[in-house]
Design a protein around this ligand. Structure first.
Ligand code: BTN
Length: 324
């Protein structure tokens, strides 16, 4: 497509002006077609400057999502093969679930610039405004039975933390089970959904959905006290395309490690688990109690100490502040 080819050229020459003539000649199209495509790209949110007598320049601070840029920065070819980018979806997890009704390749990724009904754990919503976050889902065909399926969320949390850590100076850690925290506020969450084949008791697929607040400048009142973004905490605007590439590479590597030796993932997770050795409020199956956080086990369950007794928590959460 003309528009995509022009975008690729501009992306390869960020902060350099390319004349309409130059672009037209290299793609064998008229200057008028170039002009039309550039206007469309601007409408889509790409920060392109039109400079008199010089041409068009894509600014490096452009924040629009771009499939070219995502793919160009992915190191592992397998993960860059099947990536689908949408402007808006109700939920990337739901879209992948629909797509999975037909045959779908392992490691298919769906990304959206915004979600109208982003879903979180425990039936909650995930706030997903446009041009500010990373909302993506990864499809895994027949996930291995060598480890407990909850380990997929644990593994994704480790991958997410490793993808983000070089870009932030603040205190980064994982709140059991699926939340990434920066300076005591949630910046990301993970929702893993599986479909089981009843006859064989094996999983047909798993969909790992990740939502990360990157450039979000404000949150609705009910989230203000608990949620934040990399931008709000670090005062810098990170390129979402490059961060998506890092995240996908990191997911691939950590899933490979999970397959080879799931204990290594447990070890990594325990190193970054927040509130270790601290007494926190735990909510599990409608019971709330105070307990000391000890570690997670090989199934991704949280092990806590309540009244000198070790308890294994398979479902629930650590409650820091109540939602308004
Ligand atoms: C949580 O915080 O409880 C989990 C949030 C998971 C949000 C992501 S955004 C991409 C994917 N699509 C969804 O609808 N949810 C996940």
């Amino acid at each position: 497509m003309t528009k995509d080819n022009i975008l690729k050229l501009l992306e390869e020459n960020k902060d350099i002006a390319l004349s309409g003539e130059e672009i037209g000649a290299s793609l064998n199209i008229s200057r008028n077609s170039v002009w039309k495509a550039i206007n469309k790209l601007k409408e889509e949110g790409f920060l392109i400057e039109s400079i008199k007598n010089k041409g068009y320049m894509l600014k490096s601070e452009s924040q629009a999502l771009s499939l070219n840029e995502i793919k160009d920065n992915i190191k592992n070819e397998i993960i860059s093969k099947n990536i689908i980018l949408h402007k808006e979806l109700s939920s990337t997890n739901s879209t992948l679930k629909d797509m999975a009704k037909d045959s779908l390749e392992d490691f298919t990724v769906v990304i959206a610039d915004s979600q109208t009904q982003g879903r979180g754990r425990l039936g909650r919503n995930f706030y997903s405004p446009k041009s500010s976050g990373i909302y993506l889902s990864l499809y895994l065909k027949y996930p291995s039975l060598k480890y407990d399926v909850s380990m997929l969320t644990i593994c994704a949390a480790v991958a997410l933390k490793e993808a983000v850590e070089k870009d932030v100076d603040g205190k980064l850690g994982i709140k059991w089970v699926n939340d990434l925290y920066l300076n005591n506020k949630k910046i990301a969450g993970i929702l893993t959904e599986c479909e089981m084949e009843l006859e064989t008791r094996s999983f047909k697929h798993a969909i790992v959905g990740i939502g990360l607040n990157v450039l979000t400048e404000s949150f609705p009142d009910d989230l203000k006290d608990i949620a934040s973004s990399i931008y709000l905490e670090e005062k810098k605007k990170i390129n979402r395309n490059i961060l998506i590439s890092k995240l996908l590479d990191s997911l691939y590597l950590n899933l490979e490690l999970l397959h080879k030796d799931s204990n290594k993932i447990v070890e990594k997770y325990n190193k970054t688990l927040l509130f270790m050795d601290e007494v926190v409020k735990v909510r599990s199956f409608n019971r709330e109690f105070l307990a000391k956080v000890l570690r997670i086990n090989e199934k991704g369950n949280l092990i806590v100490l309540e009244d000198n007794k070790e308890l294994t928590i398979s479902s629930g959460e650590i409650v820091l502040r109540e939602r308004r």
